[in-house]
Write a protein that binds this ligand. Structure first.
Ligand code: AMP
Ligand code: ZN
Length: 486
């Protein structure tokens, strides 16, 4: 394990500081996942890619990573940024839309977009989390957490639901700096207007509603959980009371993460997360990319609709360090494609020719460059420097192409493998496989396409996972499914 510190900006202490794990060499990391009422857009993926880079950097340092990233498959309210959360439930609204006609019910819709999300995740070469919990599968844990908060005096019941008692947690506001309780009602996502609440800013832990399409039975009758409780419950279930790092996009600082802190710390009496990371927004023409503004691209818009190369898309989304806004343009995607092509050309240079054995001209330089690349990632995920280092390594190899030895080629391959493990931008070349494996894989790909048409997603997923276990990644493209050896 490397002793190199891994520094990240921490929203809570407002400083760039090394991640200090509770157990040395073991990173317990929770990153908030998407709400699955439609396809995730590439802005969402900017955030997930940054979390992926944290995992890859920690792994490169030799740490063991326990990485939990959830799927929010319970509907929350559409007017969630105004005080009177009287808007429709996002899932229910999606079901009534044109696309919604393809689904039997909200459960079907959530399952479909959840699966589509996992597919997009694989297409952009994000590593699988250790656990990907779905909120609907953790209702028991959420209800128990709410009950426990009531018993500890941090929550109370009214006719409309169960609310967190802000006055019981004076530290509320420590993450966002938003301590003006009187302003909370206008600012808080998920705050419900109810005259019987003790304070207008008290946020919902449970909403009573026997008309809601997704509802569960609880000690407070039929209803559904508030938005924030799922992440507290699932983070603590899989990672314990205190985690090392928690991440999300910049809009989650308040109220989502502030509320998670309040709930979790009142439940355990311990610090919830020792480090908080927030990713700045992906912009389009200087504006936030968002579903409600309609100014967004999904991963499939770009890959299937415009034939974008998934590795180039990944490259373009990580090209700017996470602490700065990234303005997405199709020109940026084209530039990324040139860099990715150059890296692939370098792979071919070192992998497709047999070179004579001889002097090693490059390994020392490549090792230094890789070390600087990892060093840049450890300095608050400086991806622009890290990507420049990857290209610098390819330039070293191209310069030696006329006098390349077997030793140089093997050092070059090792360099590209390490760069791919760290940044995910140097995939292995697709090689022809022996006939029988390929035939079996092809037959399974066709079967999987049929299963997906029949909406048998679980079985289709099993096929994907079966091949993943054998080291093959299946990816869906406009022309069909392609595979990639991992
Ligand atoms: P949601 O599905 O809205 O819960 O969002 C999933 C994740 O994407 C959250 O961490 C959000 O903060 C993040 N996110 C949403 N929009 C953007 C954007 N334009 N750029 C970067 N991250 C975003
Ligand atoms: Zn969350």
């Amino acid at each position: 394990m490397s002793n190199r510190p891994f520094k990240l900006y921490d929203t809570l202490s407002r400083t760039v500081k090394p991640i200090e794990t509770v157990t040395p060499g073991v990173l317990k990391f929770y990153s908030c996942g998407p709400t699955v009422y439609s396809f995730a857009h590439i802005g969402n993926f900017r955030t997930f890619l940054c979390a992926d880079l944290v995992v890859r950097t920690a792994t490169a340092l030799g740490w063991q990573v326990m990485y939990v990233s959830n799927i929010t498959d319970v509907g929350h309210l559409t007017q969630d940024d105004v005080a009177d959360a009287a808007g429709e439930d996002k899932m229910e609204k999606a079901l009534k839309s044109k696309e919604g006609a393809n689904f039997q019910n909200v459960w079907d819709l959530a399952r479909y977009y959840g699966d589509a999300f996992e597919e997009d995740w694989a297409r952009l070469y994000l590593n699988e989390p250790t656990v990907r919990p779905r909120a609907t599968e953790h209702m028991r844990e959420q209800i128990i957490a709410v009950q426990d908060l009531i018993e500890k005096g941090h929550a109370y019941v009214t006719d409309t639901g169960v609310y967190f008692r802000l006055s019981s947690f004076p530290e509320h506001g420590k993450l966002s700096g938003n301590r003006d309780k009187d302003q909370l009602q206008v600012a808080v996502r998920d705050v419900v207007v109810d005259d019987n609440k003790e304070h207008p800013g008290d946020f919902a832990l449970w909403k009573k509603d026997d008309k809601h399409l997704m509802q569960w039975f609880s000690p407070w009758g039929w209803g559904f959980p508030g938005w924030h409780i799922e992440c507290s419950a699932m983070a603590m279930k899989y990672l314990g009371s205190t985690i090392d790092l928690h991440a999300g996009g910049e809009d989650l600082v308040f109220p989502h993460h502030e509320s998670e802190i309040a709930q979790s710390e009142c439940l355990t009496g311990k610090a919830f997360s020792n480090h908080w990371m927030h990713v700045r927004f992906l912009l389009v023409n200087g504006e936030k990319m968002s579903k409600s503004k309609g100014n967004y691209y999904t991963v499939r818009d770009l890959i299937e609709g415009r034939g974008a190369d998934p590795t180039a898309l990944r490259y373009s989304l990580i090209a700017v360090p996470y602490g700065k806004p990234l303005n997405f343009t199709l020109q940026g995607l084209d530039d990324a494609k040139k860099n990715v092509d150059r890296i692939q050309e370098c792979r071919r240079l070192v992998e497709e020719t047999e070179y004579p054995s001889g002097e090693d001209h490059v390994s020392e330089e490549l090792e230094r460059i890789y070390d600087e690349c990892l060093g840049a990632m450890c300095e608050d995920l400086n991806t622009s420097v890290a990507l420049a280092k990857a290209l610098e390594g390819t330039a070293v190899l191209f310069r030696k192409s006329a006098e390349m030895t077997a030793e140089d080629a093997s050092a070059g391959k090792a360099f590209l493998d390490k760069i791919d493990a760290l940044l995910g931008i140097a995939p292995k070349l697709q090689k022809e496989e022996g006939g029988s494996v390929e035939a079996e894989l092809q037959a399974d790909i066709e079967l999987r396409i049929q299963l997906k048409k029949d909406k048998k997603f679980a079985e289709a997923d099993e096929i994907r996972l079966k091949w993943e276990a054998k080291g093959y990644e299946l990816r869906d493209t406009p022309t069909g499914t392609v595979w990639r050896k991992q």
